[in-house]
Design a protein. Structure first.
Length: 164
């Protein structure tokens, strides 16, 4: 087992954990929250998201660790085995960085930050319904996309490790 293989393992582990986390949001958390009224939905999302935004250490370790591991895998693979052999690793790694982390940065973080700024008690039912609609539909749609990408990346990284 060489260094690129070891780094693949170090990428697979946190990427798979991230996949599981966003899968749970896709299939359990958001469908569960969707059964709440608008006020309770927004408040529940604020509360759960605040845990993440308050730098929950295990979450940060896994999430940032996945990014660092993938970047290290790309760099070491390119240096040690060259692009001709590492192109598939690079492609899958970039799919993770763009399709999971990129969507998070471009879509989810701005939506989450917007929800965090809402003063729920200062809004009427119509305003809360509007806020929820704008948030929930977009957030859930893009989370389904990044979930599919994240799971696919984990599977492809495992396959790449197996064939190396």
């Amino acid at each position: 087992m060489d260094v690129p293989d070891i780094l693949l393992i170090f990428s697979i582990t946190p990427c798979s954990l991230v996949s599981g986390f966003i899968l749970i949001y896709s299939k359990v958390v958001m469908p569960g929250l969707s059964n709440l009224n608008d006020k309770d939905f927004l408040k529940a999302f604020q509360v759960t998201d605040a845990i993440i935004q308050n730098n929950q250490p295990v979450f940060l370790f896994i999430w940032i660790g996945s990014i660092l591991a993938v970047l290290a895998t790309i760099l070491v693979s390119l240096v040690s085995i060259g692009f001709a052999e590492a192109w598939l690793i690079v492609l899958v790694a970039f799919a993770y960085l763009l399709g999971v982390q990129g969507i998070m940065v471009v879509v989810h973080i701005p939506l989450n930050n917007h929800i965090q700024r809402i003063k729920i008690e200062n809004n009427n039912d119509e305003a809360l319904a509007d806020q929820r609609l704008k948030f929930e539909t977009k957030w859930t749609f893009f989370n389904h996309i990044r979930t599919g990408i994240a799971i696919s990346v984990s599977v492809f990284l495992l396959m790449l490790l197996a064939i190396r």
